[in-house]
Design a protein around this ligand. Structure first.
Ligand SMILES: [Fe+2]
Length: 443
């Protein structure tokens, strides 16, 4: 019995080792990437009962979800909160989960929904009934609103630099189009990522979708993957009628944001496709004049890295987004910045979304240096540098996008664009109406 256990153990360790080597080899031979920076290790230095890895996310109208981890499994899933430091006039209890991955056992992962909350208000809160006080600010209820966007974060000194630039200027909601910790099956790296981002993610809502680095499948044993991601980064999928944490949507200040999953089924008979159809059909552009989509593997990409990886999803879903007059589609995956003009089916189209790749958060794999030449005419700006983006929506019709490159200590605006919501475009609304009546004629 013992013999069989230890030979199984050796087998699994060997397979894990070769699996990780393959991941590293693939990453290192695909592109020439300059100077990635050191990994940052955030060790656990609080007591077992104290909350760690605290982060907050939007969880339906006027509600936020507070998530955290304790090593001590007896700590209760309770959040106390109020509008003044130390005065917790409200409290809520929630749920908890945990998972194991080979020989790793997670701490107790708590998720507690609190609310209803007032807009543009700082709330002070503590988790588990004791310990450190945290605070976050809720988004406003009217324009303007500012989103920060950064994908493929990882946990290096570049990541820290990006996050410091994000925090240096105020914003309301952080959006992450996939690839968070780069743990790549080494589960303690999920914990150190949680500790690294806590100072940022405990103060503003972090809304994320999954990238390939979240998959972590293992043949036979963990065939479905996303064990760590789904347990730790619970997003408001139930609140948006989705059956999976891998895709969902939410509304915030006149903006409908859709988080799609590049690594779950998206064909026309899939749950995700049907959910997206229903979700888009429910959008009321009078209530949410802006519609923004995030996904991981870009549908448009002129970098040599990850060429064509988003193509089958584009073919399956692009027409739906186009007909719904989606304003902007953000992607990650490629470790560089690239902005396209408004595009539909590979051609410039004034009624298509602006496509932006923003996978330049700062992970250990470094930058994707090589773009295809010549540049396609629909690609407007491209640059392999680390950085983050900001989407400021001023009112129902006008917004501004800017991309902030990480220079050594400062963030420099390297690309900027004024945006007009497609909901306010007479040309595109007429085109949408005539295509609808054309389809009805065909029926
Ligand atoms: Fe990726």
């Amino acid at each position: 019995m013992e013999m069989r256990f230890s030979s199984n153990l050796v087998f699994y360790l060997l397979v894990t080792f070769f699996h990780l080597q393959l991941i590293q080899l693939r990453a290192s031979t695909e592109y020439t990437r300059p100077s990635p920076r050191q990994l940052i290790s955030r060790t656990h230095n609080r007591s077992d009962s104290e909350p760690q890895q605290v982060h907050v996310s939007l969880a339906g109208k006027d509600y936020m979800r507070v998530s955290w981890i304790t090593s001590d499994k007896k700590v209760k899933s309770i959040v106390e909160y109020g509008k003044s430091p130390g005065k917790y006039v409200s409290s809520a209890t929630g749920e908890s989960t945990s998972y194991h991955y080979f020989f790793y056992n997670s701490g107790k992962i708590h998720h507690v929904k609190i609310g209803p909350l007032d807009p543009s208000t700082t709330y002070y809160y503590r988790c588990g009934g004791a310990g450190t006080e945290f605070s976050f600010r809720t988004p406003p209820s009217t324009f303007p609103i500012e989103f920060t966007v950064a994908g493929d974060l990882g946990q290096t000194e570049w990541t820290a630099s990006t996050l410091d630039h994000v925090r240096a200027k105020d914003y309301d909601v952080f959006l992450l189009p996939g690839d968070l910790s780069y743990a790549d099956t080494q589960q303690p790296l999920w914990d150190s990522f949680g500790r690294l981002v806590e100072p940022y993610a405990s103060t503003r809502p972090w809304m994320v979708t999954e990238g390939n680095h979240e998959i972590e499948t293992f043949p036979i044993i963990y065939p479905h993957g996303f064990r760590a991601y789904n347990a730790r980064w619970l997003m408001p999928y139930k609140e948006s009628g989705s059956k999976s944490n891998l895709y969902y949507s939410f509304d915030v200040v006149g903006t409908h944001i859709i988080m799609l999953g590049s690594y779950t089924d998206f064909d026309s008979d899939s749950d995700q496709y049907k959910w997206l159809q229903a979700d888009l059909a429910n959008v009321d552009r009078k209530k949410t004049p802006w519609v923004v989509v995030l996904l991981h593997a870009p549908w448009y990409n002129s970098n040599q890295a990850h060429q064509g990886e988003g193509e089958s999803m584009r073919q399956a879903m692009e027409e739906m987004l186009y007909k719904a007059r989606v304003d902007v589609v953000f992607a990650g995956h490629v470790h560089a910045y690239e902005r396209f003009t408004r595009v539909y089916d590979n051609n410039a189209d004034p009624c298509g979304p602006v496509y932006i790749t923003i996978g330049d958060g700062g992970n250990r794999e470094g930058l994707a240096m090589n773009f295809e030449n010549p540049s396609p005419s629909i690609s407007i700006y491209r640059e392999p540098s680390f950085g983050h983006g900001r989407l400021r929506l001023y009112n129902n019709t006008h917004g501004q996008w800017s991309w902030h490159r990480n220079n050594e200590t400062d963030a420099i605006i390297a690309d900027e664009l004024w945006l007009e919501s497609l909901s306010s475009s007479t040309l595109c609304n007429q085109a949408a109406i005539s295509s609808k009546s054309h389809n009805n004629d065909e029926l």
